[in-house]
Design a protein around this ligand. Structure first.
Ligand code: DC
Length: 675
């Protein structure tokens, strides 16, 4: 997951390949609660692991439910309709799919519960559900503003004879909540729920009814107005259940396939002409799967089988549409981005529910689409998007995401723009709500020309702190890190393991080892041929040996392809000697550290002493100066700043100050204005 303040997505040209999607949020949270309310254990496979499901799991634990997790499989030991703990303070984050049904279930079961969330949750309406529950004698108080969480739930005095009336025109989750909670108290009576007003987002109710049936409760539906839970209904665990992948998450990849499969790039050739999505098929029980039809209307070609979809570009440019999107409220946001690649204006109607989601999505979409150069008209319940007139009218934009996962995922699609502009996504980690690895998945499918992938090089003399600086920069930007020195260290180690002395006589033999080496970097660990070598390559001796192999031209040559292979989306910070001069001469920024020998000697001294290694300042300084002289004067890859390098004397700067300075330089080279 990218936990950086922002993520700059380079301009993308094509997509192709296969993506396996995480489980559906709507299904995951429903089956978690239903399993918890059932008797016996339920094994849930392919459950979504995200912020919203974690909120539900934590709540279930707090209520005394057994939760056993292993990977994407979770076993829930159900409560058989009897809460283990009748008092709890529950944190619901920003998960509408958790707070609404839990409120209803806890209100009918009774106890002493407090339900809170993040500030945005306290702005999302729940009054219609509370009104419905109060009608039947539930005891619920507002702890903040009337109509909104936080809530306190007490002991009910239930009367269930009369039909329960609930509004259906603000959020379908209120009806879902009642449908999932009332079977708990349907022992002796039929319970009737009547919907007041037009029921929105009906497909979500279909998911609820479908899953209730899987848990033994067969609700009788009379149109979309009246729902009857038969007397003696009881939750029964299905034993095992597989969660479908999220159909709303599929929308981003369906859109990407329609926009960018089969594209051509200068150094790419033709990209694969289809994109395959695994985990969900067109026969999904999720309403958002009907996004496929909308995408087809715009030009996508979609094939489907059991649990898979395959998408390619059909009409190009895409066709503008005018569509009632009430049946696909979440996925419809993706159509707003597809509209940027269409001819003419696209109108998405009947989307008033967007205004009460994670953010006011109509306002947010309008504001951010305009930043990209689109013309946008918005109304109470519609949005109309007209794309930039020509490629030259596109803008490089810094997209605010309003703590809304779908804003972040949708707007990544702007990176396929014809002007080849990058897109900045602010707060990319908000995707954790439903799809923590969304950007990784996108980057694994996306293709772009190598030159579009930004590189930032850092070099400098020994003990200048370049490794530390490069590491922090890579973390801050969410970029890959190439510690090129470690490749020379690994090569020296591999040569020793092969019994080769590090001499010019063995130059070819050492170079020949390189293509077969299996090197893997994982966080702070380095693996060579499957074995961890992180410690072994960090010793002073390993450094000396690296220095010996690094003067062999054939070794340097053999390492070039490996070093180039680190240049991957979304970008690279490359640390080492010839990064800016030989390996990535087109790097956007090259930083050369120039701390004085005295300062560097003091830093190294502190480092050694803190590790309990004895040293003297004078000797260290003399050693560094000798190494500088040798490194600067060597004929192969001498220590020398690239001509276009920015010099940074960090003698009197903290790491943080150096990082901020370099980030300012980096920002000044970007096309977007400050975030
Ligand atoms: O940065 P380091 O201490 O891990 O580097 C080990 C040796 O490899 C050092 O002598 C410099 C050399 N080196 C090189 O010649 N070219 C690079 N790109 C990186 C390191």
């Amino acid at each position: 997951m990218f936990s950086t303040a922002f993520l700059d997505i380079p301009p993308l040209i094509g997509v192709g390949g296969t993506v396996v999607l995480p489980g559906s949020k709507s299904i995951s949270n429903r089956v978690l609660l239903l399993s918890a309310l059932s008797a016996g254990s339920t094994t849930l496979h392919d459950l979504l692991d995200s912020d919203d499901t974690r909120v539900m799991l934590d709540a279930l634990r707090a209520l005394g439910c057994g939760v056993r997790q292993s990977g994407s499989t979770v076993v829930i030991d159900g409560l058989a309709g009897q809460l283990g703990h009748r008092q709890a303070a529950l944190f619901m984050g920003n998960a509408g799919t958790a707070i609404r049904p839990l409120t209803a279930a806890l209100a009918v079961l009774g106890g002493d519960f407090e339900l809170r969330g993040v500030p945005r949750m306290h702005e999302r309406p729940i009054g219609d559900l509370v009104d419905a529950l109060r009608q039947i004698g539930c005891h619920i108080d507002y702890l903040g503003q009337d109509g909104f969480p936080p809530l306190r739930i007490g002991q009910p005095r239930l009367t269930l004879e009369a039909p329960i009336r609930v509004r259906g025109d603000v959020s379908s989750q209120f009806l879902t909540a009642l449908l999932m909670a009332l079977p708990l108290v349907a022992a002796t009576h039929d319970i009737v729920i009547e919907v007041v007003g037009e029921l929105i987002s009906r497909p979500y109710i279909e998911i609820t009814l479908n899953l209730l049936a899987r848990f033994g409760v067969r609700v009788v539906r009379d149109g979309w107005q009246r729902f009857t839970i038969p007397a003696a209904s009881q939750f029964q665990s299905p034993g095992t259940l597989h969660v479908e992948a999220d159909a709303s998450s599929a929308s981003y990849f369906i859109a990407a396939g329609a926009i960018a499969t089969g594209a051509r790039g200068l150094d790419l050739g033709v990209c694969q002409n289809y994109l395959r999505i695994e985990g969900v098929g067109a026969d999904s029980i999720q309403g958002d799967i009907r996004f496929i039809q909308a995408a087809q209307m715009m030009g996508a070609q979609v094939q489907s089988g059991p649990n898979w979809l395959q998408v390619s570009r059909g009409s190009w440019p895409l066709k503008a549409i005018d569509l009632d999107c009430n049946h696909i409220p979440d996925a419809a946001m993706t159509l707003g981005l597809m509209a940027l690649y269409a001819q003419g204006s696209t109108t998405l109607r009947n989307i008033a529910s967007w205004r009460v989601k994670e953010t006011d999505r109509i306002a947010a979409m309008a504001c951010e689409l305009r930043k990209l150069g689109a013309t946008v008209e918005e109304g109470a319940d519609f949005i109309r998007v007209t794309p930039p007139a020509t490629a030259a009218d596109w803008r490089a934009a810094s997209i605010h995401t309003y703590d809304d996962h779908r804003m972040a995922m949708c707007f990544s699609l702007a990176a396929f723009n014809p002007a080849a502009l990058p897109v900045r996504i602010v707060d990319p980690k908000c995707v954790a709500k439903t799809f923590p690895d969304y950007f990784e998945a996108l980057f694994s499918l996306a293709q772009t020309s190598t030159s579009a992938i930004p590189v930032l090089c850092v070099d400098g003399p020994t003990a200048s702190g370049k490794g530390t600086l490069a590491g922090v920069l890579a973390k801050t930007l969410g970029y890959h890190l190439l510690d090129s020195g470690s490749l020379y260290r690994i090569t020296a180690l591999a040569a020793a393991q092969a019994g080769l002395a590090l001499e010019p006589a063995h130059e070819q033999a050492i170079a020949d080892l390189i293509p077969a080496l299996s090197i893997r970097f994982s966080q702070d660990q380095v693996f060579l041929n499957g074995l961890e070598v992180s410690e072994a390559i960090r010793t002073e001796e390993a450094g000396m040996k690296a220095s010996q192999v690094s003067v062999l031209p054939k070794v340097r040559q053999a390492l070039i392809a490996l070093q180039h292979s680190f240049r991957q989306l979304p970008g690279l910070v490359a640390d080492g000697r010839d990064m800016g001069t030989v390996i990535f001469p087109d790097a956007a920024l090259k930083v050369f550290l120039t701390a004085s020998a005295d300062k560097r000697a003091r830093r190294r001294y502190k480092q050694l002493i803190s590790k309990g290694i004895s040293a003297t300042l004078l000797a260290l300084r003399a050693d560094l100066e000798a190494r500088d002289a040798r490194d600067t004067s060597r004929s192969i890859a001498p220590l020398r700043p690239a001509q276009d390098a920015q010099l940074l004397d960090n003698s009197d700067l903290t790491v943080e100050e150096s990082v901020n300075l370099v980030l300012d330089w980096w920002q000044s080279k970007q096309l977007f204005s400050a975030i």
